[in-house]
Ligand binder design. Structure first.
Ligand code: PMP
Length: 287
């Protein structure tokens, strides 16, 4: 990969020159939040929604975010420009910063948060998983109880994904009390044989996906029936279709759950229709 220009502490620097203190609470305590915006045609998808969620995540952790949305938009755009990024993503991470030593207590007022952004070039529109779908394997949901906050504590999702891969799948679906919460890094959906789209209701058990909300609005506009409720692994295995949504995977069909083929074992028609509609709408509304 060619060397990127990244953003740190109000500067644009070469990636190897971007340094964070070993005392940064993001490093020592996973005391930080993040967002990922996809980039299509050099423009940002769902920027406003991602910044709204960032502000909420930060507020829930009493983490200061002294940058206005316009300033954050300018940083995103400048990084896209400097890295000549046509397709991929912008990753943003905000941590509580460096208190000068390691301590569970943190000074609430006079700490300067660390803000880091970088780009990743990645084909999003034409991906194998989007075309052919993915297989998921279920894993127990052993994350903490505030999954509605987009924190950088991603060790468990990472372990769950590795376990799913070891089981021959592409990704993990996490399960609590027999019900699917969400994917390791996406929201989980199914379509019943009666044609009802089902995805778990928002609560502290899952991340309120920005793509989930956009796809829901599209599904409503297409007059599809939607139920926001938890569904079991058994229900998913017997569904007509399953799929996942996230900023970088858009709508991605799920063709097997724990080795059981979903429907005909190929990407579902509704999932592919929602994917196409989401992409079209995102391109139109990107900023
Ligand atoms: N759930 C989890 C656990 C995630 O990590 C993500 C992706 N960040 C999502 C859902 C999807 O959210 P979004 O559509 O905003 O990318």
């Amino acid at each position: 990969m060619t060397q990127r220009t990244v953003y740190i502490d109000n500067n644009y620097v070469a990636e190897q020159d971007a340094k964070v203190s070993i005392f940064d609470r993001g490093f020592l305590f996973a005391d930080g939040v993040y967002e990922v915006c996809s980039v299509l045609g050099g423009k940002l998808v769902d920027f406003e929604g991602h910044m709204r969620r960032l502000r909420r995540s930060a507020a829930e952790l009493e983490l200061p975010l002294p940058w206005a949305d316009e300033a954050l938009l300018e940083i995103h755009r400048e990084l896209v420009r400097r890295n000549d990024l046509a397709e991929g993503l912008v990753y943003l991470q905000l941590t509580r910063g460096n208190p000068g030593d390691r301590d569970f207590d943190f000074p609430s007022a006079d700490l300067t948060p660390t803000l880091v952004l970088f780009t990743q070039a990645k084909p999003l529109l034409e991906s194998r998983s989007g075309r052919e779908g993915i297989r998921v394997a279920t894993q127990p949901d052993w994350r903490w109880a505030r999954r509605d906050i987009k924190t950088v504590q991603l060790l468990y999702p990472s372990m769950a994904k590795m376990a799913a891969k070891a089981a021959g799948a592409d990704d993990a679906w996490m399960v609590e009390a027999g019900k699917v919460t969400e994917g390791a890094s996406n929201n989980a959906w199914m379509l019943t044989w009666e044609g009802v789209l089902v995805t778990r209701e928002l609560s502290s058990a899952i991340l309120p996906g920005i793509t989930r909300a956009a796809v829901m609005a599209i599904a409503e506009a297409l007059s599809l029936d939607i139920e926001e409720r938890a569904f079991s692994v058994e229900e998913a295995k017997q569904a007509r279709e399953c799929f996942v949504t996230s900023a970088t995977s858009f709508v991605t069909p799920v063709i097997a759950v724990d080795g059981v083929p979903i429907g005909d074992g190929v990407p579902g028609e509704v999932a592919l229709r929602l994917r196409a509609a989401y992409i079209e709408e995102s391109r139109r509304r990107a900023v």
